[in-house]
Design a protein around this ligand. Structure first.
Ligand code: GUN
Ligand code: ZN
Length: 444
Protein backbone atom coordinates (compact mmCIF):
# COMPACT_ATOMS: atom_id res chain seq x y z
CA UNK A 1 0.00 0.00 0.00
CA UNK A 2 1.47 3.39 -1.00
CA UNK A 3 0.85 5.92 1.75
CA UNK A 4 1.35 9.67 1.86
CA UNK A 5 0.88 12.11 4.68
CA UNK A 6 -0.15 15.61 3.56
CA UNK A 7 0.45 18.25 6.23
CA UNK A 8 -0.94 21.79 6.22
CA UNK A 9 -3.90 23.88 7.29
CA UNK A 10 -6.67 21.47 6.37
CA UNK A 11 -10.11 22.86 5.47
CA UNK A 12 -13.15 20.92 4.28
CA UNK A 13 -16.87 21.66 4.28
CA UNK A 14 -19.47 19.42 5.86
CA UNK A 15 -22.53 21.46 4.95
CA UNK A 16 -23.73 24.57 3.17
CA UNK A 17 -22.78 27.62 5.26
CA UNK A 18 -25.76 29.65 6.40
CA UNK A 19 -23.68 32.81 6.73
CA UNK A 20 -20.14 34.04 7.26
CA UNK A 21 -20.26 33.09 10.95
CA UNK A 22 -21.37 29.49 10.37
CA UNK A 23 -18.43 27.62 11.88
CA UNK A 24 -20.43 24.37 11.92
CA UNK A 25 -20.35 24.21 8.12
CA UNK A 26 -16.67 23.26 7.91
CA UNK A 27 -13.84 21.46 9.66
CA UNK A 28 -10.52 23.24 9.98
CA UNK A 29 -7.25 21.96 11.42
CA UNK A 30 -4.56 24.63 11.86
CA UNK A 31 -1.84 21.94 12.02
CA UNK A 32 -3.77 19.31 10.15
CA UNK A 33 -3.02 16.31 8.01
CA UNK A 34 -4.49 13.85 5.57
CA UNK A 35 -3.36 10.28 5.32
CA UNK A 36 -3.65 8.99 1.78
CA UNK A 37 -3.43 5.36 0.76
CA UNK A 38 -3.98 3.98 -2.72
CA UNK A 39 -5.66 7.11 -3.99
CA UNK A 40 -8.06 7.55 -1.08
CA UNK A 41 -8.13 9.61 2.07
CA UNK A 42 -8.03 7.26 5.02
CA UNK A 43 -7.66 9.78 7.82
CA UNK A 44 -8.10 13.51 8.36
CA UNK A 45 -7.49 15.54 11.48
CA UNK A 46 -4.81 17.05 13.70
CA UNK A 47 -1.35 16.24 12.41
CA UNK A 48 -0.34 14.64 15.70
CA UNK A 49 -3.31 12.25 15.57
CA UNK A 50 -3.06 11.38 11.88
CA UNK A 51 0.72 10.91 12.03
CA UNK A 52 0.21 8.25 14.70
CA UNK A 53 -1.97 6.21 12.34
CA UNK A 54 0.55 6.44 9.50
CA UNK A 55 3.36 3.93 9.11
CA UNK A 56 6.75 5.14 10.34
CA UNK A 57 8.11 5.07 6.78
CA UNK A 58 5.21 7.11 5.33
CA UNK A 59 6.56 10.11 3.40
CA UNK A 60 5.30 13.53 4.49
CA UNK A 61 4.43 16.30 2.03
CA UNK A 62 4.76 19.27 4.34
CA UNK A 63 2.73 22.15 2.92
CA UNK A 64 2.72 24.37 5.99
CA UNK A 65 1.70 27.22 6.16
CA UNK A 66 -0.56 26.69 3.16
CA UNK A 67 -4.21 25.66 3.04
CA UNK A 68 -5.12 22.09 2.07
CA UNK A 69 -8.55 21.82 0.42
CA UNK A 70 -10.50 19.40 -1.77
CA UNK A 71 -9.80 19.73 -5.50
CA UNK A 72 -12.02 22.33 -7.15
CA UNK A 73 -14.96 21.29 -9.33
CA UNK A 74 -16.16 23.07 -12.48
CA UNK A 75 -19.73 22.09 -13.40
CA UNK A 76 -19.85 23.46 -16.98
CA UNK A 77 -17.00 23.92 -19.44
CA UNK A 78 -16.42 23.48 -23.17
CA UNK A 79 -13.23 21.57 -23.93
CA UNK A 80 -13.11 22.54 -27.67
CA UNK A 81 -13.37 26.23 -26.76
CA UNK A 82 -9.98 26.53 -25.15
CA UNK A 83 -8.82 28.61 -28.11
CA UNK A 84 -12.10 30.52 -28.39
CA UNK A 85 -11.60 32.34 -25.09
CA UNK A 86 -11.41 36.11 -25.55
CA UNK A 87 -13.20 36.23 -28.92
CA UNK A 88 -14.64 39.68 -29.55
CA UNK A 89 -18.34 39.48 -30.38
CA UNK A 90 -21.60 41.17 -29.53
CA UNK A 91 -23.59 38.52 -27.65
CA UNK A 92 -24.23 34.79 -27.50
CA UNK A 93 -25.57 33.91 -30.95
CA UNK A 94 -23.07 36.07 -32.84
CA UNK A 95 -20.26 34.72 -30.67
CA UNK A 96 -21.33 31.12 -31.32
CA UNK A 97 -21.64 31.57 -35.08
CA UNK A 98 -18.56 33.73 -35.61
CA UNK A 99 -16.00 32.00 -33.41
CA UNK A 100 -17.21 28.98 -31.50
CA UNK A 101 -18.63 26.98 -34.36
CA UNK A 102 -15.51 27.74 -36.40
CA UNK A 103 -13.19 26.58 -33.61
CA UNK A 104 -15.19 23.42 -32.91
CA UNK A 105 -14.88 22.27 -36.53
CA UNK A 106 -11.16 21.72 -35.97
CA UNK A 107 -12.01 18.81 -33.66
CA UNK A 108 -12.86 16.62 -36.61
CA UNK A 109 -9.08 16.19 -36.68
CA UNK A 110 -8.18 13.61 -34.07
CA UNK A 111 -4.67 14.96 -33.63
CA UNK A 112 -5.95 18.43 -32.97
CA UNK A 113 -8.45 17.06 -30.45
CA UNK A 114 -5.69 15.18 -28.67
CA UNK A 115 -3.35 18.17 -28.66
CA UNK A 116 -5.99 20.41 -27.08
CA UNK A 117 -7.23 17.72 -24.66
CA UNK A 118 -3.74 17.30 -23.21
CA UNK A 119 -3.34 21.03 -22.65
CA UNK A 120 -6.90 21.39 -21.40
CA UNK A 121 -6.38 18.85 -18.60
CA UNK A 122 -3.04 20.35 -17.64
CA UNK A 123 -4.56 23.82 -17.52
CA UNK A 124 -7.40 22.61 -15.30
CA UNK A 125 -4.92 21.06 -12.90
CA UNK A 126 -2.68 24.13 -12.94
CA UNK A 127 -5.74 26.06 -11.75
CA UNK A 128 -6.57 23.54 -9.03
CA UNK A 129 -9.58 22.06 -10.83
CA UNK A 130 -9.66 18.29 -10.56
CA UNK A 131 -13.19 17.58 -11.86
CA UNK A 132 -15.18 19.11 -14.72
CA UNK A 133 -18.47 18.51 -16.49
CA UNK A 134 -17.44 19.20 -20.07
CA UNK A 135 -18.97 19.57 -23.50
CA UNK A 136 -16.88 18.02 -26.24
CA UNK A 137 -17.50 18.78 -29.93
CA UNK A 138 -19.97 16.94 -32.17
CA UNK A 139 -17.17 14.58 -33.24
CA UNK A 140 -16.90 11.32 -31.27
CA UNK A 141 -13.11 11.51 -31.63
CA UNK A 142 -13.15 14.69 -29.52
CA UNK A 143 -14.84 12.71 -26.74
CA UNK A 144 -12.26 9.95 -27.03
CA UNK A 145 -9.46 12.52 -26.80
CA UNK A 146 -11.09 14.18 -23.79
CA UNK A 147 -11.57 10.93 -21.85
CA UNK A 148 -8.14 9.57 -22.79
CA UNK A 149 -6.44 12.71 -21.47
CA UNK A 150 -8.46 12.51 -18.23
CA UNK A 151 -7.79 8.79 -17.89
CA UNK A 152 -4.04 9.31 -18.32
CA UNK A 153 -4.17 11.63 -15.30
CA UNK A 154 -6.67 9.46 -13.38
CA UNK A 155 -9.06 12.42 -13.15
CA UNK A 156 -12.74 12.17 -12.27
CA UNK A 157 -14.52 13.90 -15.16
CA UNK A 158 -17.89 14.09 -16.84
CA UNK A 159 -18.05 14.64 -20.60
CA UNK A 160 -20.13 14.09 -23.66
CA UNK A 161 -20.45 14.55 -27.39
CA UNK A 162 -22.52 17.57 -28.30
CA UNK A 163 -25.55 16.60 -30.39
CA UNK A 164 -26.81 19.16 -32.88
CA UNK A 165 -28.73 18.59 -36.07
CA UNK A 166 -29.74 22.09 -37.16
CA UNK A 167 -28.84 25.78 -37.00
CA UNK A 168 -25.11 25.06 -37.09
CA UNK A 169 -22.59 24.69 -39.96
CA UNK A 170 -23.09 21.39 -41.84
CA UNK A 171 -19.66 20.21 -40.69
CA UNK A 172 -20.87 20.41 -37.09
CA UNK A 173 -24.21 18.68 -37.58
CA UNK A 174 -25.06 15.09 -36.80
CA UNK A 175 -28.55 13.69 -37.34
CA UNK A 176 -31.06 12.54 -34.78
CA UNK A 177 -30.10 8.95 -35.58
CA UNK A 178 -26.31 9.38 -35.81
CA UNK A 179 -26.27 11.52 -32.66
CA UNK A 180 -28.14 8.73 -30.86
CA UNK A 181 -25.92 5.96 -32.25
CA UNK A 182 -22.67 7.79 -31.55
CA UNK A 183 -23.78 8.67 -28.03
CA UNK A 184 -24.70 5.02 -27.35
CA UNK A 185 -21.29 3.87 -28.56
CA UNK A 186 -19.50 6.50 -26.45
CA UNK A 187 -21.48 5.55 -23.34
CA UNK A 188 -20.52 1.92 -23.90
CA UNK A 189 -16.87 2.91 -24.34
CA UNK A 190 -16.46 5.37 -21.47
CA UNK A 191 -19.27 5.44 -18.89
CA UNK A 192 -18.05 4.14 -15.55
CA UNK A 193 -14.55 3.35 -16.81
CA UNK A 194 -12.35 4.23 -13.86
CA UNK A 195 -13.32 7.73 -12.79
CA UNK A 196 -15.08 8.71 -16.03
CA UNK A 197 -18.76 9.61 -16.44
CA UNK A 198 -20.75 10.26 -19.58
CA UNK A 199 -23.14 13.17 -20.13
CA UNK A 200 -25.84 12.99 -22.82
CA UNK A 201 -25.38 16.41 -24.42
CA UNK A 202 -27.99 17.96 -26.71
CA UNK A 203 -26.26 21.36 -27.03
CA UNK A 204 -29.46 23.43 -26.62
CA UNK A 205 -32.95 23.47 -28.07
CA UNK A 206 -31.97 25.80 -30.95
CA UNK A 207 -29.51 23.31 -32.44
CA UNK A 208 -31.65 20.20 -31.99
CA UNK A 209 -34.75 19.27 -33.98
CA UNK A 210 -37.72 17.84 -32.09
CA UNK A 211 -36.59 14.42 -33.43
CA UNK A 212 -33.18 14.86 -31.83
CA UNK A 213 -34.76 15.98 -28.57
CA UNK A 214 -36.91 12.86 -28.70
CA UNK A 215 -33.81 10.70 -29.20
CA UNK A 216 -32.05 12.52 -26.34
CA UNK A 217 -34.99 11.62 -24.11
CA UNK A 218 -34.70 8.00 -25.23
CA UNK A 219 -30.98 8.02 -24.37
CA UNK A 220 -31.78 9.46 -20.95
CA UNK A 221 -34.35 6.71 -20.27
CA UNK A 222 -32.04 3.97 -21.52
CA UNK A 223 -29.04 5.29 -19.55
CA UNK A 224 -30.10 6.53 -16.12
CA UNK A 225 -26.45 6.18 -15.06
CA UNK A 226 -25.46 9.00 -17.43
CA UNK A 227 -25.70 12.73 -16.82
CA UNK A 228 -27.59 15.10 -19.12
CA UNK A 229 -26.19 18.54 -19.87
CA UNK A 230 -27.54 21.39 -21.96
CA UNK A 231 -28.04 25.16 -21.94
CA UNK A 232 -31.13 26.97 -20.70
CA UNK A 233 -32.28 30.57 -20.81
CA UNK A 234 -28.96 32.35 -21.17
CA UNK A 235 -29.71 35.26 -23.48
CA UNK A 236 -32.89 37.14 -24.50
CA UNK A 237 -32.35 36.68 -28.24
CA UNK A 238 -31.66 32.97 -27.71
CA UNK A 239 -34.88 32.61 -25.71
CA UNK A 240 -36.95 34.33 -28.42
CA UNK A 241 -35.50 32.10 -31.14
CA UNK A 242 -36.05 29.00 -29.01
CA UNK A 243 -39.67 29.90 -28.35
CA UNK A 244 -40.26 30.38 -32.08
CA UNK A 245 -38.79 26.93 -32.80
CA UNK A 246 -40.95 25.21 -30.16
CA UNK A 247 -44.21 27.18 -30.25
CA UNK A 248 -46.16 24.51 -28.34
CA UNK A 249 -43.93 24.65 -25.28
CA UNK A 250 -45.12 26.80 -22.37
CA UNK A 251 -41.59 28.19 -21.96
CA UNK A 252 -37.93 27.25 -22.59
CA UNK A 253 -37.76 24.86 -19.62
CA UNK A 254 -40.98 23.23 -20.81
CA UNK A 255 -39.13 21.96 -23.90
CA UNK A 256 -36.63 19.93 -21.90
CA UNK A 257 -39.40 18.90 -19.53
CA UNK A 258 -41.51 17.62 -22.43
CA UNK A 259 -38.70 15.42 -23.75
CA UNK A 260 -37.95 13.91 -20.34
CA UNK A 261 -34.57 15.57 -19.95
CA UNK A 262 -34.95 16.97 -16.44
CA UNK A 263 -33.82 15.03 -13.38
CA UNK A 264 -31.27 15.02 -10.60
CA UNK A 265 -28.44 14.29 -13.03
CA UNK A 266 -29.35 17.15 -15.37
CA UNK A 267 -27.00 20.14 -15.52
CA UNK A 268 -28.50 23.27 -17.08
CA UNK A 269 -26.01 25.96 -18.04
CA UNK A 270 -26.94 29.57 -17.19
CA UNK A 271 -30.67 29.65 -16.21
CA UNK A 272 -30.63 33.44 -16.05
CA UNK A 273 -34.05 34.54 -17.31
CA UNK A 274 -36.37 31.93 -15.81
CA UNK A 275 -40.00 32.48 -14.86
CA UNK A 276 -41.40 31.36 -11.52
CA UNK A 277 -42.89 28.30 -13.20
CA UNK A 278 -39.55 27.34 -14.68
CA UNK A 279 -37.74 27.69 -11.36
CA UNK A 280 -40.40 25.48 -9.77
CA UNK A 281 -39.90 22.83 -12.47
CA UNK A 282 -36.17 22.81 -11.75
CA UNK A 283 -36.88 22.39 -8.05
CA UNK A 284 -39.43 19.61 -8.61
CA UNK A 285 -37.23 17.63 -10.97
CA UNK A 286 -33.95 18.21 -9.08
CA UNK A 287 -32.27 19.58 -12.22
CA UNK A 288 -29.29 21.82 -11.45
CA UNK A 289 -29.00 25.47 -12.50
CA UNK A 290 -25.34 26.14 -13.29
CA UNK A 291 -24.19 29.70 -12.63
CA UNK A 292 -21.41 30.81 -15.03
CA UNK A 293 -20.53 34.34 -13.92
CA UNK A 294 -17.51 35.20 -16.09
CA UNK A 295 -19.38 34.02 -19.18
CA UNK A 296 -22.57 35.84 -18.24
CA UNK A 297 -20.65 39.08 -17.87
CA UNK A 298 -18.41 38.57 -20.92
CA UNK A 299 -21.33 37.79 -23.24
CA UNK A 300 -23.60 40.34 -21.58
CA UNK A 301 -26.14 37.60 -20.91
CA UNK A 302 -27.53 38.84 -17.60
CA UNK A 303 -27.31 38.51 -13.83
CA UNK A 304 -28.03 35.09 -12.32
CA UNK A 305 -30.78 35.24 -9.68
CA UNK A 306 -29.36 32.82 -7.15
CA UNK A 307 -31.72 33.81 -4.33
CA UNK A 308 -34.79 33.61 -6.56
CA UNK A 309 -33.88 30.08 -7.61
CA UNK A 310 -32.99 29.08 -4.07
CA UNK A 311 -36.30 30.39 -2.76
CA UNK A 312 -38.04 27.96 -5.13
CA UNK A 313 -35.78 25.14 -3.94
CA UNK A 314 -33.71 24.73 -7.11
CA UNK A 315 -30.28 23.13 -6.90
CA UNK A 316 -27.36 25.37 -7.93
CA UNK A 317 -23.79 24.81 -9.14
CA UNK A 318 -21.07 27.15 -10.34
CA UNK A 319 -18.80 26.94 -13.37
CA UNK A 320 -16.35 28.69 -15.68
CA UNK A 321 -18.10 28.02 -19.03
CA UNK A 322 -14.79 28.36 -20.89
CA UNK A 323 -14.75 29.72 -23.67
CA UNK A 324 -17.78 32.03 -23.12
CA UNK A 325 -16.20 32.24 -19.70
CA UNK A 326 -12.88 34.00 -19.49
CA UNK A 327 -10.86 32.16 -16.87
CA UNK A 328 -10.03 28.57 -15.99
CA UNK A 329 -9.72 29.68 -12.38
CA UNK A 330 -12.58 28.79 -10.06
CA UNK A 331 -11.20 31.42 -7.66
CA UNK A 332 -11.65 34.10 -10.33
CA UNK A 333 -15.03 32.61 -11.21
CA UNK A 334 -16.26 32.99 -7.63
CA UNK A 335 -14.78 36.50 -7.55
CA UNK A 336 -17.01 37.38 -10.51
CA UNK A 337 -19.94 35.49 -8.93
CA UNK A 338 -19.57 37.73 -5.93
CA UNK A 339 -19.80 40.83 -8.15
CA UNK A 340 -22.80 39.54 -10.12
CA UNK A 341 -24.61 38.87 -6.86
CA UNK A 342 -23.62 42.31 -5.55
CA UNK A 343 -25.39 43.83 -8.57
CA UNK A 344 -28.41 41.68 -7.69
CA UNK A 345 -28.31 42.85 -4.06
CA UNK A 346 -27.46 39.28 -2.96
CA UNK A 347 -24.66 38.21 -0.61
CA UNK A 348 -21.99 35.62 -1.26
CA UNK A 349 -19.82 34.92 1.76
CA UNK A 350 -16.32 33.51 1.23
CA UNK A 351 -17.39 30.43 3.16
CA UNK A 352 -20.17 29.94 0.68
CA UNK A 353 -17.82 30.45 -2.28
CA UNK A 354 -15.40 27.80 -1.08
CA UNK A 355 -18.30 25.49 -0.27
CA UNK A 356 -19.65 25.93 -3.81
CA UNK A 357 -16.32 25.18 -5.52
CA UNK A 358 -15.95 21.98 -3.49
CA UNK A 359 -18.76 20.18 -1.65
CA UNK A 360 -21.53 22.30 -3.22
CA UNK A 361 -20.56 21.36 -6.76
CA UNK A 362 -19.91 17.75 -5.71
CA UNK A 363 -23.46 17.60 -4.36
CA UNK A 364 -24.81 19.18 -7.54
CA UNK A 365 -23.07 16.39 -9.48
CA UNK A 366 -24.24 13.74 -6.96
CA UNK A 367 -20.58 12.86 -6.34
CA UNK A 368 -20.25 14.05 -2.74
CA UNK A 369 -19.48 10.53 -1.52
CA UNK A 370 -16.33 10.61 -3.68
CA UNK A 371 -15.06 14.16 -4.23
CA UNK A 372 -15.42 17.74 -3.01
CA UNK A 373 -14.56 16.81 0.57
CA UNK A 374 -11.59 15.52 2.56
CA UNK A 375 -13.63 13.02 4.58
CA UNK A 376 -12.01 9.62 5.03
CA UNK A 377 -13.18 7.15 2.39
CA UNK A 378 -13.30 9.73 -0.39
CA UNK A 379 -10.95 9.92 -3.38
CA UNK A 380 -7.84 11.98 -2.71
CA UNK A 381 -8.25 14.95 -5.05
CA UNK A 382 -6.60 17.65 -2.98
CA UNK A 383 -5.19 21.10 -3.62
CA UNK A 384 -2.78 23.30 -1.73
CA UNK A 385 -3.40 27.05 -1.85
CA UNK A 386 -0.85 29.74 -1.00
CA UNK A 387 -2.57 32.89 0.20
CA UNK A 388 0.69 34.82 -0.17
CA UNK A 389 1.37 33.88 -3.78
CA UNK A 390 1.75 37.42 -5.15
CA UNK A 391 2.97 40.74 -3.74
CA UNK A 392 -0.61 42.05 -3.59
CA UNK A 393 -1.77 38.94 -1.75
CA UNK A 394 1.16 39.15 0.67
CA UNK A 395 0.39 42.78 1.50
CA UNK A 396 -3.26 41.96 2.09
CA UNK A 397 -2.49 38.81 4.12
CA UNK A 398 -0.28 40.85 6.43
CA UNK A 399 -3.41 42.55 7.77
CA UNK A 400 -5.78 39.55 7.63
CA UNK A 401 -6.56 37.94 10.94
CA UNK A 402 -9.31 35.39 10.32
CA UNK A 403 -9.82 32.36 8.09
CA UNK A 404 -12.78 33.99 6.34
CA UNK A 405 -10.70 37.08 5.55
CA UNK A 406 -8.05 34.83 4.08
CA UNK A 407 -10.58 32.93 1.96
CA UNK A 408 -12.07 36.17 0.70
CA UNK A 409 -8.71 37.56 -0.36
CA UNK A 410 -7.83 34.26 -2.02
CA UNK A 411 -11.06 34.46 -4.01
CA UNK A 412 -10.72 38.15 -4.82
CA UNK A 413 -7.02 38.35 -5.66
CA UNK A 414 -6.05 34.72 -6.28
CA UNK A 415 -5.76 32.64 -9.43
CA UNK A 416 -3.53 29.82 -10.68
CA UNK A 417 -0.52 31.45 -9.03
CA UNK A 418 -2.02 30.54 -5.66
CA UNK A 419 -2.12 26.84 -6.49
CA UNK A 420 0.99 25.35 -4.90
CA UNK A 421 0.16 21.72 -5.53
CA UNK A 422 -2.64 19.56 -6.86
CA UNK A 423 -3.11 15.88 -6.04
CA UNK A 424 -5.22 13.64 -8.25
CA UNK A 425 -6.20 10.42 -6.48
CA UNK A 426 -3.29 11.02 -4.13
CA UNK A 427 -0.68 11.71 -6.80
CA UNK A 428 1.06 15.10 -6.93
CA UNK A 429 0.60 16.53 -10.42
CA UNK A 430 2.11 20.01 -10.51
CA UNK A 431 5.64 19.03 -11.52
CA UNK A 432 4.38 16.83 -14.37
CA UNK A 433 2.24 19.48 -16.05
CA UNK A 434 3.25 20.15 -19.65
CA UNK A 435 4.62 23.40 -20.94
CA UNK A 436 1.34 24.05 -22.75
CA UNK A 437 1.88 27.75 -23.16
CA UNK A 438 5.31 27.30 -24.73
CA UNK A 439 4.22 25.02 -27.57
CA UNK A 440 2.51 26.17 -30.69
CA UNK A 441 -0.65 24.45 -31.90
CA UNK A 442 0.42 22.32 -34.88
CA UNK A 443 -0.71 23.35 -38.37
CA UNK A 444 -2.13 26.71 -37.27
N1 GUN B 1 -25.41 27.87 -25.79
C1 GUN B 1 -25.26 26.89 -26.71
N2 GUN B 1 -23.95 26.60 -26.90
C2 GUN B 1 -23.27 27.41 -26.10
C3 GUN B 1 -21.88 27.59 -25.84
O1 GUN B 1 -21.02 26.93 -26.41
N3 GUN B 1 -21.57 28.53 -24.92
C4 GUN B 1 -22.50 29.27 -24.26
N4 GUN B 1 -22.11 30.17 -23.36
N5 GUN B 1 -23.80 29.13 -24.49
C5 GUN B 1 -24.19 28.21 -25.39
ZN1 ZN C 1 -21.82 26.44 -22.14
Amino acid sequence: MTELLIRGRVLTFVDEPRDIADTNSYRYFEDGALLIADGRIIAMGEYSDVARIAGSETPVADHRPHLVLPGLIDAHIHFPQMQAVASYAAQLLEWLNTYTFVEEQKFADEQHAEFVAERFMDELLRHGTTTVAAYCSVHPQSVDAFFRAAQARNMCVIGGKVMMDRNAPPALCDTAQSGYDETKALIARWQGKGRLHYAITPRFAITSTPEQMEMSGALAREHPEAYIQTHLSENREEIALTRSLYPQAPDYTGIYEHYGLLGRKTLLGHCIHLSGREAKVLAETGAVAVFCPTSNLFLGSGLFDRDGLRAEGARIAVATDIGGGTSFSMLKTLDEAYKVLQLRGQRLSPLHSFYMMTLGNARALSLEDRIGTLEPGTEADVIVLNSRATPVMRMRMDVASTLTEELFLLQTTGDDRAVEQVYVAGKPMKEALGEGAGEKTPNR
